[in-house]
Design a protein around this ligand. Sequence first.
Ligand code: IMP
Length: 429
Amino acid sequence: MANVTVIGGQWGDEGKGKIVDWLSSRADVVARFQGGHNAGHTLVVGDQVYKLSLLPSGIVRGTLSVIGNGVVLDPWALQAEVEKLGAQGVSITPETLQIADTCPLILPFHRDLDALREDASGAGKIGTTRRGIGPAYEDKVGRRAIRVCDLAHLDELGPQLDRLCAHHDALRAGFGEPPVDRAALTAELRQIADFVLQFARPVWLTLNDAKARGRRILFEGAQGVLLDVDHGTYPFVTSSNTIAGTAAGGTGLGPSAAGFVLGIVKAYTTRVGSGPFPTELDDAIGQRLGERGHEFGTVTGRKRRCGWFDAVLVRQSCAVSGVTGIALTKLDVLDGLDEIRICIGYRLRGQKMDHFPAHAADQAAVEPVYETVAGWSESTAGARSWAQLPAQAIKYIRRVEELIRTPVALVSTSPEREDTILVRDPFSD
Ligand code: IMP
């Protein structure tokens, strides 16, 4: 398999940044295929820390980086991120960055609408990143979106803008907001158009050409499978398909392109934003996981909710995403616990369940059934081989593999790139 697809196996924030960075140093092309600048990938290279939201992680090392058609693109966020990385010494040119000319744009009123809806939703709010992701995807499937290629035709944009603004003006009126200022929007688009267009390409051609030449493509997923709009904890999800299957449709390659599907899975569970979380811990152990794991959102700085590893949810994630192997991250956060619990099933109103139910009320009502395993007192931080792991930690990993019915390909034991136990190399599989 020449290609690798990396996806999050839980609710995002599984530590994809480090793994993607390690893999991207060996890839010829790195491609994003869904989401937008709601993602937060932290890369530590040498003594520099890079925080990426929209750009594929390969950009930091100068690997050809592609933003596929499945991504929603905020042109101003793109410019800000390119400038921020430029200030850190990363030069981004059309030789290193290509953006699908079919990407739908996130416009300022998408951001407004995201925030207006969240503010109006009270307890029912989703807890979005307020970046306009959902509203932009709505306009894409509503066939009203302005896309990257439209930036080269701004003089002919009138009828398209009329349709789009008529839709948004009605929504805005419902919130007591003034209509979209079309003259101001057009002026803003004119100002940013050339910046975006320098990177615009039919990236499906670039990628198919790379495939034909046997190049290694790394698909970089954002968020996690439990936030997938179809397979996640709906409606507390993001607005894209985060499963590995989207790597193909979100870039313009056929379904066989995904290659080795690497699911990144944290040794416990976290979630930002609202929604069901059966194994959530509101006690001292939850607090401890958050502190030891530095569980604060990269994008919004919000405190992440923490809980035990949920093998039922991860088994489901691995199944719907066709995961070949997982990368187990942040094992060291569990160091020093006397006992560790793993969720192995649920009870819903007295009935046993071996999968997560579809209905939101059932999802909120399931009670986890736990298995308790012994913890370990030794440190696993920085381990680079099985021999450096305590026996109980190895037992924990083996039990996780068994329960999720998916093998471990990598174990990550610190944010450092080299602090990794490699079991199976995704690129040479
Ligand atoms: P949206 O993607 O901004 O619409 O937010 C929808 C849900 O997805 C919220 O619960 C967010 O907290 C969550 N979310 C979006 N992006 C990420 C991410 O990169 N990591 C973790 N959660 C995310």
